[in-house]
Design a protein around this ligand. Structure first.
Ligand code: PEP
Ligand code: MN
Length: 352
């Protein structure tokens, strides 16, 4: 359940509410909004009396949350959660600005990564993507460069100033990947790897959680809840296409998932048009549809030489195609009352 406190509640009264809930064996999660402080209660709700709670000083309302996710729900936070990406960048996702993340499917080497980083940055990407640990369907396919790939991503961040997002596949890798990455990606195949979700919930790094190949929207939200329940509130969700009977596209992009998620949750919603369509020519139309439907950001695969990419070449954009897509993304963002600013404030000032 969620406890909405009265405006201007004193710290002592808030402490007493928290003590009351925790002494019943539940955990609390406090969210301080501009108007109200909200206390989320996590655990066996049957141990708490709703009536008893409403008698406490500073309690305005008690809202039972019947959904299987609570911290992720709109009841818990009416305001959208905006997540700052990177310790030194000025990029935030979940606000008015639509954020584009781009880069190769896999980090394959130094030159290709730095070239791609520079190209996508110049075209307007604000975050660099690149896999160092790759979840490949075949055990004989390229599995990624591992830590050497993470080091190259860190170098690309230093060169361009873009924060980096990269996948972590195993709970044992979380500490290592979190040392390099600004955003931890949980891949579609791991959406319900609950031990991995709990592990990334214990580190203070934003998490980009991809929807599973056959994951329902509710299952995606419950997966996010695993991360949130461990204390990491910075989770963004990503629609990347689901498996259907259609074979003309790699997956089927569920456009409706975007407004459904925006209604159900305060967490930012991203779309990956590359894995959704699986073909380079589908990326721009799917990206535009996603932004039109309310996505907070995009994550797009770009490669200097898609024909020779070690993974996902068919769906990777060449630099010129990515650069051509960006003004269209911006135009659609503006048409739906958003922005798609890509110059950092520092660059904007320098060139003003
Ligand atoms: C990826 O981002 O390269 C990737 C493997 O994505 P997904 O987990 O959505 O398949
Ligand atoms: Mn890929």
């Amino acid at each position: 359940m969620i406890i909405v406190t009265t405006a201007g509640i004193t710290p002592d009264a808030l402490d007493r509410i928290i003590e009351h809930v925790e002494s019943a064996g539940l955990r609390t999660h406090v969210s301080r909004g501009e108007q109200r402080t909200i206390v989320g209660c996590i655990g066996e709700e049957g141990r708490l009396s709703e009536h008893g709670l409403t008698q406490l000083e500073g309690v305005e309302r008690v809202i039972p949350v019947l959904k299987p996710y609570k911290l992720a729900s709109r009841e818990f936070s009416v305001a959208n959660t905006a997540i700052r990406l990177g310790d030194t960048s000025d990029t935030t996702i979940g606000g008015r600005n639509v954020v584009v993340m781009a880069g190769p499917c896999s980090v394959e080497g130094r030159d290709m990564l730095l070239d791609t980083a520079r190209a996508v940055h110049a075209a307007g990407a604000r975050v660099l993507r690149g896999g160092a640990f790759k979840p490949r369907s075949s055990p004989y396919a390229f599995q990624g460069m591992g830590e050497a790939g993470l080091e190259l991503l860190a170098e690309a961040r230093a060169t361009t100033g873009m924060p980096i997002v990269t996948e972590v596949m195993d709970p044992r890798q979380v500490e290592l990947v979190a040392r390099y990455a600004d955003v931890l990606q949980i891949g579609a195949r791991n959406m319900q790897n609950f031990s991995l979700l709990s592990e990334v919930g214990k580190v203070q790094r934003p998490v980009l959680l991809k929807r599973g190949l056959s994951g329902t929207i509710t299952e995606l939200l419950m997966a996010a809840e695993y991360v949130l329940a461990q204390g990491n509130g910075d989770v963004m969700l990503c629609e990347r296409g689901i498996r259907t009977y259609e074979t003309a596209t790699r997956n089927t992009m569920d456009v409706a998932a975007i407004p459904v998620l925006k209604r159900e949750t305060h967490l930012p919603v991203l779309v990956d048009p590359s894995h959704a369509g699986g073909r380079a020519h589908l990326v721009t139309p799917l990206a535009l549809a996603a932004v039109a439907a309310g996505a907070d950001g995009l994550i797009v695969e770009v490669h200097p030489d898609p024909k020779n990419a070690m993974s996902d070449g068919e769906q990777s954009l060449e630099f010129s195609a990515f650069a051509a897509m960006m003004p269209q993304v911006r135009a659609v963002a503006e048409a739906v009352g958003r922005t798609c600013e890509w110059r950092s404030n520092a660059t904007a000032r320098a060139t003003a």
